[in-house]
Design a protein around this ligand. Structure first.
Ligand code: SF4
Length: 69
């Protein structure tokens, strides 16, 4: 079964801080680069609603979910 993995395109991220505000469990803003990072992947192989909201809230679509085998 494939497992979703959240990645952040560092070139696209503009450091707007929206995703850490919407879902602080998963996202954080790296204080040295001012780009978002993934603190932890969803534990059960699913994207929780709050995390999906954060992904959808990104103004530049920098958050990408890839399926890992
Ligand atoms: S919402 Fe998008 S642009 Fe804003 S910090 Fe998160 S990844 Fe970066």
């Amino acid at each position: 079964m494939s497992k979703p993995k959240i990645t952040i395109n560092q070139d696209k991220c503009i450091g707007c801080n929206t995703c850490p505000l919407v879902d602080p469990e998963v996202f954080a803003l790296d204080q040295s680069t001012y780009k978002a990072i993934v603190k932890q992947q969803p534990p059960d192989g699913q994207i929780p609603p709050q995390t999906q909201t954060a992904i959808d809230s990104c103004p530049v679509q920098a958050i990408v979910v890839v399926e890992e085998p």
